[in-house]
Design a protein around this ligand. Structure first.
Ligand code: HEM
Length: 162
C-alpha cells in the first residue's frame, strides 16, 4: 500500500508545537505546576522569595507560546537578561530549574517533541540568565535533562527576549 508523502497536498495538516503543548492553557498548567515546585525547592526556592508566581507563570507562558509559533501572543514580561542578572544565578541552579521543568512536563504528559524544544529553548537562554555562562559549574543533574541535538526552533531568537 502506498502512502502520500508527508509534505504532499493530500497529507493531513500537522499539529503545531503550540497545539501539541495544549495551547496557552496547557502551557500555563505545566508552568503553574513547575513553579509550585520551584518555590519550595531546597536548592533554588529561596531565590523566588517575594516573586509573584502568577506573573511568572503568565509571562513565561507568553514567552513559551511564542517559541511554539503563537506569534500573535505578545510577551509582556521584562527582558530576560536584565531580570535575572541581579540574582547572580549559577550553572548548577540553572540546571536544577531545567530538571524541575523537565519533571513537570513529564507529569503532564507533554509530548517528547514539545519537551525537547522547550528545554532546548531554555538552554539557549542560559548565557542571559547565569553569571557563569560555561558548563564548568554544571552539577550532576545536567546529565539527567534531555537534550535535543540541533533541533530547529523557528520564529524565535534569543535576542527577542533581550
Ligand atoms: C531559560 C530559563 C529561564 C526562563 C525562560 C525564565 C523566565 C522568567 C520570566 C519570564 C520571569 C518573569 C519576568 C518578569 O517579571 O517580567 C522570570 C523571573 C524570575 N526568574 Fe527566571 N527564567 C529562567 C531561569 C531562571 C533561573 C535558572 C532562575 C534561578 C534559579 C530564575 C529565577 C527567577 C527569579 C527569582 C525571577 C523573579 C525576578 C524578580 O522579580 O526580580 N530564572 N524568569
Amino acid at each position: 500500500m502506498t502512502h502520500p508523502r508527508d509534505d504532499s497536498p493530500n497529507a493531513p495538516p500537522q499539529a503545531s508545537l503550540f497545539d501539541l503543548a495544549g495551547g496557552f492553557d496547557g502551557i500555563e498548567r505545566v508552568l503553574a505546576d513547575f513553579y509550585s515546585q520551584v518555590f519550595i525547592d531546597s536548592m533554588i526556592g529561596f531565590m523566588f522569595a517575594g516573586a509573584d508566581p502568577q506573573r511568572l507563570v503568565r509571562t513565561e507562558a507568553e514567552l513559551t507560546a511564542r517559541l511554539f509559533g503563537a506569534s500573535h501572543i505578545p510577551y509582556t514580561g521584562r527582558p530576560i537578561g536584565a531580570t535575572h542578572r541581579p540574582h547572580r544565578i549559577f550553572g548548577g541552579q540553572f540546571e536544577r530549574r531545567m530538571m524541575l521543568l523537565s519533571q513537570a512536563m513529564t507529569r503532564h504528559g507533554v509530548p517528547e517533541v514539545v519537551k525537547l524544544a522547550w528545554l532546548e529553548h531554555n538552554r539557549s537562554m542560559r548565557k542571559q540568565v547565569t553569571v557563569d555562562a560555561g558548563a564548568e559549574c554544571d552539577g550532576p543533574e545536567a546529565a539527567s535533562v534531555p537534550r535535543a541535538a540541533g533541533l530547529p526552533i523557528e520564529g524565535w531568537s534569543p535576542e527577542e527576549a533581550g
